[in-house]
Design a protein around this ligand. Sequence first.
Ligand code: SME
Length: 155
Amino acid sequence: MTMTTAAVDFNHAVREIEAIVSRGGAAVGQLVVDYLHDRFPDYSWVGIYWIEGSDLVLGPWKGPEATEHTRIPVGTGVCGVAAASGKTEVVADVSKDPRYLACFPYTKSEIVVPIIRDGAVIGEIDIDGSRLDAFGPEDQRFLERVAELLVRHRR
Ligand code: SME
């Protein structure tokens, strides 16, 4: 039997994030971002973008460096495509996806999960991975649950 970094307890993580969210306060988004970044080795850069008009605007984030993409038009990049469709985007190899907007030299894969309120996309969780194919169906299910928990915390 081999142990991998995939041996993450997603159910436990959901309960911890529920606890963060239920404590409330202005810093909920940052606390959730920090939790995801710090507890999941594959989540190298974690950010929340919120919709403002026809743009995505970067909110809380944690990672090795800041991104130049602090404002992304809906429809542009992997982030903008997910915001336009309301569907999660999983990119196993960013070098093969022409939509990808490069932020960091180490990024190899990416997942973008829309935050949806009353049928409208109000933001999204964007996570960069530093290995190929870092995000599987369990990550997607987990992060879609996290996105639901963040719905009430748009500042
Ligand atoms: N890679 C994203 C842009 C945001 S950075 O990853 C933080 C995209 O293609 O939309």
